[in-house]
Design a binder for this molecule. Structure first.
Ligand SMILES: NC(=O)c1ccc[n+]([C@@H]2O[C@H](COP(=O)([O-])OP(=O)(O)OC[C@H]3O[C@@H](n4cnc5c(N)ncnc54)[C@H](OP(=O)(O)O)[C@@H]3O)[C@@H](O)[C@H]2O)c1
Length: 362
């Protein structure tokens, strides 16, 4: 099947302006690229940061960076994928590979085959934030990610306390599961109590309610030593950076999932962001503060080749990583589904789950 010459895409036209459907060219895949008919996508907080906050956008800009669907055309140098393959991937680099549109054209190494017996709407929750986690652990925290993982592998610092702030977020769920897979035993996380059992199953040794007034004291008491590594999956100045800054000490490293949210949007006020987590709060001397930028993960040549094409599908197929729970967002049209998802993000509805919606009809 050959895609039509143009197709529909969901675009932002500026902060808080209504999303619009636009017609964009359906790009014939050159060389090592493939064209995918997008079945499902997921909405993430980045969509909100971009649609309401205008963060890193040049309107009119197509949104979305996670898709699952079917390969409809391949470039002449494509070696692995073929027409008809069911795939999923994290794609973000240009309008033609953003996810909230009916067809995307992108390099084949940005897609993996959907493992047998897994649903396209489940795996679409995975690629962007699992890539984020692998990039955070290796690039920002300087931890090893041996692949294939040697049998009986035990990381040198397997007992070191590692704090995952916001374990029930999508990033947090994957961070816990990957750290458990790598062999780390002393994982401490914060989340609402209703998610604590799930996060223990994912590898957390200690779960603390982030709304407790003594959340910092609880973590300091229960960690069993200096928290050497932290991942801030929330990056809210008041809601996560401030408490984390009271826990870390000289020699600790924290990776902050940018942007730092200085102020959430209200009905009358625009959101405010910072890309400088080291300046957003006062850190103890000697704490290394790194802002995570997953968009640079392709600088790791091993990950460029293997992460989405091989590692992520295998982690799912083996059951070492399970997808986020999905909340299916309904709507009569593509635009309605996109707007309904954005509205749920605005109202902070997602809790331990990912918003997922249909793009092209089957
Ligand atoms: N820079 C990058 O490379 C990069 C990559 C990926 C994501 N991000 C950013 O990372 C952030 C998280 O993304 P996501 O998709 O994982 O979010 P998400 O799944 O939508 O996050 C929702 C969860 O956040 C939790 N939460 C809210 N406030 C909290 C707080 N103060 N402390 C602890 N948990 C809190 C809620 O927990 P409960 O339900 O338990 O209450 C809820 O489950 C976003 O701002 C996103 O843009 C950045």
């Amino acid at each position: 099947m050959s895609p039509s010459k143009t197709h529909k895409a969901v675009a932002t036209f500026g902060p808080r302006k209504p999303l619009q459907l636009i017609d964009v060219p359906t790009v014939k895949p050159p060389g090592k690229e493939v064209c995918i008919k997008v079945a499902w996508t997921a909405s993430t907080p980045l969509d909100l940061h971009q649609a309401d906050g205008g963060l890193l956008v040049n309107p009119p800009q197509v949104l979305g960076d996670g898709a699952s669907g079917i390969v409809v055309e391949v470039g002449d140098a494509v070696e692995r994928l073929k027409v008809g393959d069911e795939v999923f991937g994290f794609t973000w680099r240009s309008q033609q590979d953003k996810a909230h549109q009916e067809y995307i054209t992108a390099p084949e190494n940005l897609f993996g085959l959907i493992p047998k017996r897994m649903a396209a709407e489940a795996v679409v929750t995975v690629p962007n934030n699992l890539v984020c986690v692998c990039h955070t652990l290796t690039h920002d925290l300087h931890l090893l990610f041996p692949w294939p993982l040697p049998e009986n592998y035990v990381p040198e610092e397997f007992e070191v306390p590692i704090l995952i702030w916001g374990g029930s977020s999508s990033v947090g769920q994957y961070a816990l599961q990957v750290l458990k897979y790598l062999g780390y035993k002393n994982l401490i996380t914060t989340a609402s109590p209703k998610h604590h059992q799930m996060l223990k199953d994912y590898g957390a040794r200690i779960t603390v309610d982030y709304n407790s007034v003594d959340v910092v004291d609880q973590i300091l008491k229960l960690a069993g030593g200096k928290v050497k590594y932290a991942i801030d999956c929330i990056a809210s100045r008041e809601g996560s950076l401030e408490p984390i800054s009271k826990i870390l000490e000289a020699g600790s490293i924290v990776a902050v999932s940018l942007p730092v949210i200085i102020r959430d949007a209200t009905d009358t006020v625009l959101p405010e962001y910072s890309m400088e987590p080291d300046k957003a709060v006062k850190w103890a001397d000697g704490v290394e503060v790194v802002g995570t930028r997953t968009h640079f993960y392709l600088e790791n040549k091993f990950f460029e080749e293997h992460l989405q094409a091989e590692i992520i599908p295998l982690l799912l197929a083996s059951g070492d990583v399970v997808p986020n729970r999905q909340r299916i967002v309904n709507g009569e049209t593509l635009l309605e589904r996109a707007e309904n998802a954005l509205d749920l993000l605005r109202r902070k509805v997602p809790s331990g789950e990912r918003l997922v919606w249909r793009v092209a009809e089957p």
